[in-house]
Design a protein around this ligand. Structure first.
Ligand code: PHE
Length: 481
């Protein structure tokens, strides 16, 4: 059964996809990764990665959604059948569903921290606090399983409610209301940071390239970040793409998504670093940048509590618009496959993520020093979830690229992309060879014993391997072509 949902307007897909893409990845992750990896050097490799991996896979994923017009699992089943490809490709759908479940489980816990900080800022609890007080405030939040569970529950319930109301009444309406408001808040924060922070220092840090800061680690972080921030390999854009009207141009829309997503990350990064430098704090704080460094910067500035609260509302809003895109693909699958009602499907997904999220909650307190995960894997449950994300998203993206690049016919791609022959060939070359090889590099990070010089060699083997495999695939299934 294919879906009956189609976005109300031509532009709604862009709105929804931007809602999915812009989230904690832009406001929390991008600035701290840039801070840790040398600012301008990170930005450079990040933009190169977006061009050779992000954009091509983004297009591929939307393409698969729109040409199947089904939820990711059913869509891949349909496409592999109609293209006489192995049913193994259906695993793209299953992998993406697993990724959605895992990401949302901890994403909701982190978004919950922003709820806490909105509250703290509004009540003026942090006015005139010093560094030690702000840091211990964050620590005591993490130490409280009940507080973390409360915020996690509120966040995931709100996201579930929106999706439960339906594609039009829930998702579309919520996005139409939220996205313009988020844009206004972002501009308010930017203006405030120009007025009260040290913008030249922020620009200098984020935009000047120090070649000596370029590192392999930074490049890998940039690669992981491009998947996370564009919501790739997780079915979100495939599900949203399935609701995209046939006439809207796919390549132009994909480009717009990437440009807006990157602009938001840059603006957020500039604003955050301007405030951090203005308060003479450390830009390389890591994941705590938003929850310890930034609140401290706010406490030192005029009207900082109110602006701080507004900033954390932005974080919550951006996170909700991303969270709904993680619930939708799995909920849509349950509706299509088992004929459940939307409310039932959303409830199943939301409750499952909520339960899994408790593992992350406990990893900060009850299991902080000793847990079943520590014992078995020597990492915490939260770290395990993050690690799985960094495996599942690129793996899903790799398969999406290969399937879209090799299995779809020229005519099908042309119909969806509505672009020039030259661009189509460039895209196809990227998804057939370049993106898969680049993604293969990510996995190499997981193998610390590999010597640096072996990496280009392995990359070359992967390219040749992908080519050979795909030849086989074509020869076997399309003998007359
Ligand atoms: N892109 C979102 C962000 O940057 C996160 C996300 C990942 C959303 C995967 C949906 C799917 O915060």
């Amino acid at each position: 059964m294919s879906t009956n949902n189609i976005w109300t307007h031509k532009g709604t897909f862009l709105l929804a996809a931007v809602g999915s893409a812009v989230g904690l990845g832009n406001l929390w992750r991008f600035p701290y990764l840039a801070g840790e990896n040398g600012g301008g050097a990170f930005l450079l490799v990040y933009i190169v990665t977006l061009c050779i991996v992000g954009v091509p896979i983004l297009i591929a994923e939307i393409l698969l959604g729109r040409s199947s017009r089904r939820s990711p699992i059913m869509g891949m089943r349909f496409l592999s059948r109609t293209h006489k490809a192995s049913r193994a490709w259906e695993s793209i759908g299953w992998l993406s569903a697993a990724a959605a479940l895992i990401i949302l489980s901890f994403y909701s816990v982190i978004a919950g921290w922003a709820l806490h900080y909105t509250w703290r800022m509004l009540t003026g609890a942090l006015i005139d606090a010093d560094a030690a007080t702000v840091a211990s405030g964050f620590e005591s939040l993490l130490a409280s399983p009940s507080l973390l569970t409360l915020y996690h529950t509120l966040f995931i319930a709100a996201s579930g409610l929106i999706v439960g109301l339906g594609v039009h009444r829930g998702i579309e309406n919520a996005l139409r209301l939220m996205m313009p408001a988020l844009l206004v808040i972002l501009l308010v924060i930017l203006t405030y940071s120009v007025m009260h922070g040290d913008m030249p220092a922020a620009a200098d840090f984020l935009l000047t390239l120090q070649l000596s800061d370029l590192s392999f680690e930074g490049w890998l972080a940039a690669m992981g970040q491009s998947f996370f921030t564009l919501s790739l390999g997780m079915g979100a854009l495939m599900a949203y793409g399935a609701y995209m009207p046939g006439k809207a141009s796919l390549s132009r829309t994909a480009l717009a998504i990437v440009i807006i997503d990157t602009a938001v990350a840059l603006i957020a990064g500039l604003a955050i670093f301007a405030l951090v430098f203005g308060a003479e704090l450390d830009p390389a704080e890591g994941p705590g940048l938003m929850f310890t460094t930034l609140p401290l910067a706010f406490t030192e500035m005029p009207g900082g509590s109110l602006i701080g609260a507004v900033f954390f509302v932005l974080v919550i809003g951006a996170a909700i618009s991303s969270a709904i895109s993680m619930i939708e693909p799995v909920a849509a699958f349950l509706v299509e496959r088992f004929d459940l009602s939307r409310a039932q499907s959303v409830a199943i997904m939301t409750i499952a993520c909520w339960g899994l999220g408790l593992l992350s909650v406990f990893s900060f307190n009850v299991w902080a020093s000793d847990s079943p995960f520590h014992t078995a894997l020597s990492i915490s449950a939260f770290e395990l979830m993050e690690l799985l994300t960094h495996i599942l998203m690129p793996l899903g993206g790799l398969m999406v690229a290969l399937f879209a690049g090799w299995a779809l016919t020229h005519g099908e791609i042309m119909k969806e992309l509505q672009t020039s022959e030259g661009w189509l060939h460039t895209w196809r070359f990227l998804v057939r060879f370049v993106s898969p090889a680049a993604v293969a590099f990510i996995f190499l990070r997981a193998i610390p014993q590999i010597e640096g010089y072996l990496i280009p060699l392995i990359g070359a083997v992967v390219i040749v391997g992908a080519f050979a495999a795909s030849r086989l695939f074509r020869a076997k299934h399309q003998p007359k072509h």
